[in-house]
Design a protein around this ligand. Sequence first.
Ligand code: CU
Length: 110
Amino acid sequence: MKNIRVLYLLAPLLFPTLVGNALAAEPVIVVIQKMEFQPQEVTVKKGGLVRWENREKIQYHSVWFENLGEPEADYFFPEEFYERRFKSVGVFPYRCGPHNEMTGVVHVVD
Ligand SMILES: [Cu+2]
């Protein structure tokens, strides 16, 4: 958990995609609860921000865009969240690293 907190502090330096939230519309929220992404599919405009909020009681999860060839994403815990900005149009499936059956899709449109 400590590592995740440090990551959030450093995130604007490490991940430019997380910068500039204040300039964008409200993020689209995906709730993580009962081992599911809710809703399972969301659509955002190009440049839009998606925020995954962990609302479990004790269970950690991740949001891993495995199909993009990225390394497995960090876990985040109840009351923590993960954000990602989508800069290109497309269909982006993802899953939870530790729970194969938890899947979702982000559609990015012009
Ligand atoms: Cu999970």
